[in-house]
Design a protein around this ligand. Structure first.
Ligand SMILES: [Zn+2]
Length: 512
């Protein structure tokens, strides 16, 4: 079918998955909450949400979960936290590190909840699974045993993929040191089928020190106690099996040939003899061409993104972009945000006029809750309205309150100087340079102000009055802008003038 080539990407994936006819499809995504999670992680969770919703729309029974890897070690202190307070926790699993603020049980939970709040707002509502709970449940024990029993085969897989010799005493298990709590410093050196022998090495890593403990411990989890974790690439496969995941994509960095997904796939097939979930790779979400990092505090956080865009537009940005295309979002580029609003309105048109099926579907998938018709006014015009005095009632009347708040943020934070303007309280100096014809023009406009005008007609007449006086439209409008704003350009003059107090404008135009 030719149609398929142009089919919306998630519907295509759903169509593909539908063929295998599973009684239930289990979509999952995961993330380590090692710090404030940036919008890169948002692309992943939203992509999985879109696939999940496309499955449901295709009549497939589906479930959507999200694993927070709260047991990964803290390997760096983000630059927005006090280094001296957190240094001592380096190397410990994130769930053992204290939360930066009250209200969360630990560090991992604090940043995970912040991220969860963010993705909930853009209508991604997976069921949350904490990695530690997965271990406590006992569901990982079978995989732990298989991986330890087959440590030699797993070493071989690493060697095949990374072309690097693995030590013969390397085992796929990291113990949480019972003495110093660190996991980055422990090395398992033996496995007897019941217990692992391990050392907490003082110099295992450069960025934190182990305590030197040497002991034996059972690697298996009970309801009360977990003693460690499987290294994450191997663990990925064990999780697929323990949870029952059937669909899981990942960022392209994990999906390259010989990358972490290949390793997990081989562990699933060769060690666990368990099926590999349907997978897909997605490109990155970049800011100004750069990849972000949660632990380094680089990039835009989800909280910040939600301040600059309505949730539907954040979804739209991800929905509309094909998986193999990077999203390069740079709010400081002058057109980035206004263009996104324009495109969103076009997609809404396609949906309501049924003029473009794919674009309409993209609009539908971008919704948060019920389908909501966006305003008709262009965002760029709205950014002018909000800078004009006395437009509040108009904004309210047209029901533009929500978009107006984003327009205000854009003007405050991202708009170039050329897009900003303020009505000057006193006569701007630049008016000294106006010609006598320009002054006559302003007087003419002032005389007309006592009539009742609508902005469109008024705008047309501004051109006419200029023409009658023999000056170009450029010069007539420059006269208006100069006397009101102190600049030679501005928003639609008809609107601007009528938005102001009539007596104020009359006085100003006669004063020039
Ligand atoms: Zn230790």
């Amino acid at each position: 079918m030719i149609y398929n080539i142009f089919m919306f990407w998630a519907d295509k994936i759903a169509e593909d998955i539908k063929k295998r006819n599973f009684p239930l499809e289990w979509v999952d995504d995961m993330k380590t909450p090692s710090g404030r999670i940036h919008i890169g992680g948002l692309r992943a969770v939203t992509t999985h949400d879109i696939v999940y919703k496309a499955l449901v729309d295709a009549g497939i029974k589906a479930k959507f979960t999200y694993v927070f890897d709260n047991h990964d070690p803290m390997d760096t202190v983000p630059n927005y936290l006090a280094h001296e307070k957190y240094e001592k926790y380096l190397g410990m699993p994130l769930f053992m590190v204290p939360s930066p603020e009250k209200g969360a049980k630990n560090y991992a939970e604090y940043f995970a909840k912040e991220f969860e709040d963010g993705f909930n707002k853009i209508d991604c509502r997976p069921e949350i699974i904490w990695s530690t709970d997965l271990y406590f449940s006992g569901k990982m024990n079978d995989g732990i045993k298989k991986c330890l029993d087959n440590a030699d085969k797993i070493r071989k897989i690493y060697e095949d993929l990374y072309k690097k010799k693995m030590p013969d005493d390397w085992y796929p298990f990291n113990v949480y040191c019972p003495k110093c709590n660190k996991v980055s410093t422990t090395r398992v050196t033996n496995w007897n089928g019941k217990e692992v022998a391990f050392e907490c090495r003082v110099d295992a890593v450069r960025w934190t020190k182990g305590c030197g403990l040497k002991e034996k411990i059972s690697p298996f989890a009970t309801k009360e106690k977990i003693s460690g974790k499987i290294p994450w690439k191997v663990e990925w496969a064990v999780k697929w099996q323990a949870i029952g995941i059937t669909v899981e994509g990942a960022g392209k960095d994990h999906m390259t040939k010989g990358g972490s997904h290949d390793l997990a796939k081989r562990v699933a097939e060769e060690i666990l003899e368990s099926p590999v979930p349907y997978s897909f790779a997605h490109e990155f979400f970049l800011v100004g061409g750069q990849k972000m990092s949660s632990s380094k505090g680089k990039g835009i956080s989800v909280v910040e993104l939600l301040e600059m865009l309505p949730p539907q537009l954040i979804r739209f940005l991800i929905v509309k972009t094909k998986l193999n295309q990077a999203i390069n979002f740079d709010p400081s580029e002058k057109d980035t945000i206004p263009t996104l609003f324009d495109e969103y309105q076009k997609a809404a048109d396609a949906y309501y006029k049924k003029s473009n099926e794919d674009l309409g579907r993209i609009f539908e998938m971008s919704q948060v809750g019920k389908i909501k018709k966006p305003p008709k006014i262009r965002f760029s015009v709205l950014t002018q309205w909000i800078q004009m005095p006395n437009m509040d009632s108009e904004i309210k009347k047209e029901n533009l309150g929500e978009w107006a708040s984003y327009a205000r943020i854009w003007v405050e934070r991202y708009a170039p100087e050329s897009e900003k303007f303020t009505v000057q309280k006193s006569l701007p100096r630049a008016t000294q340079n106006l010609t006598s014809k320009q002054r006559d023009f302003l007087k003419r406009v002032a005389e007309e102000l006592d009539k009742k005008w609508n902005p469109e007609d008024f705008q047309k007449n501004l051109y006419e009055w200029g023409k009658e006086l023999g000056i170009s439209s450029k010069d007539s409008f420059a006269a208006i802008y100069t006397s009101l704003l102190g600049k030679n350009h501005g928003p639609k003059a008809g609107w601007l003038i009528l938005s102001l107090d009539k007596e104020f404008v009359k006085k100003r135009f006669n004063e020039v």
